[in-house]
Design a protein. Structure first.
Length: 169
């Protein structure tokens, strides 16, 4: 296991600079799993996260193809893949697999792809599902979608804070 970077995210491809006048960007969040992949997309203003249908994948190549197609379909400009760090902050085998998947997405889509600490997003997704009357752990597809939404909301808040810090004299 290797220690994670302090910032909570890492880029797997160089982010292309965006002109300031282009405004917010559309982000696709990916809660990666070997069988199910939760997806969420930001609105054009970069403030609201909405769940997309969960991908049921039959292997890595199928997963890459389906997520790349989803990114193209929503005209994503950036992808963020959840990085399942251990509670200690170290990378385990699941984090290494997520990083490999993120690298594959970057190669396949040509988009900037970064990983983002997703600790506890599945728990948050399960809680949200329970709050709206879902079946909890038996509805894993909805949990994965909720985890992707929680991941994206956290990521968007971090981006908003960065922008605010940059705008502060």
């Amino acid at each position: 296991m290797t220690p994670a970077p302090a910032a909570g995210s890492s880029s797997t491809s160089p982010a292309k600079p965006r002109p300031a006048d282009r405004g917010p960007l559309r982000v696709l969040a990916v809660d990666w799993g070997e069988r199910r992949i939760g997806l969420a997309v930001s609105d054009p203003t970069g403030t609201i996260a909405t769940g997309l249908p969960t991908v049921i994948a039959r292997g890595r190549e199928d997963a890459l193809a389906q997520v790349a197609a989803a990114a193209a379909g929503i005209e994503a400009e950036r992808i963020v893949v959840g990085l399942p760090l251990l509670l200690s902050g170290e990378r385990g085998t699941a984090a290494e697999a997520a990083e490999s998947f993120a690298n594959g997405l970057a190669e396949r889509t040509g988009l900037p792809v970064e990983t983002y600490d997703e600790r506890l997003t599945s728990v948050m997704g399960q809680r949200r599902l329970h709050e709206v009357g879902g079946r909890g752990s038996r509805d894993k597809v909805k949990i994965d979608q909720g985890a992707a939404i929680a991941l994206l909301e956290s990521f968007l808040m971090r981006l908003a804070h960065r922008r605010a810090d940059e705008d502060t004299p």
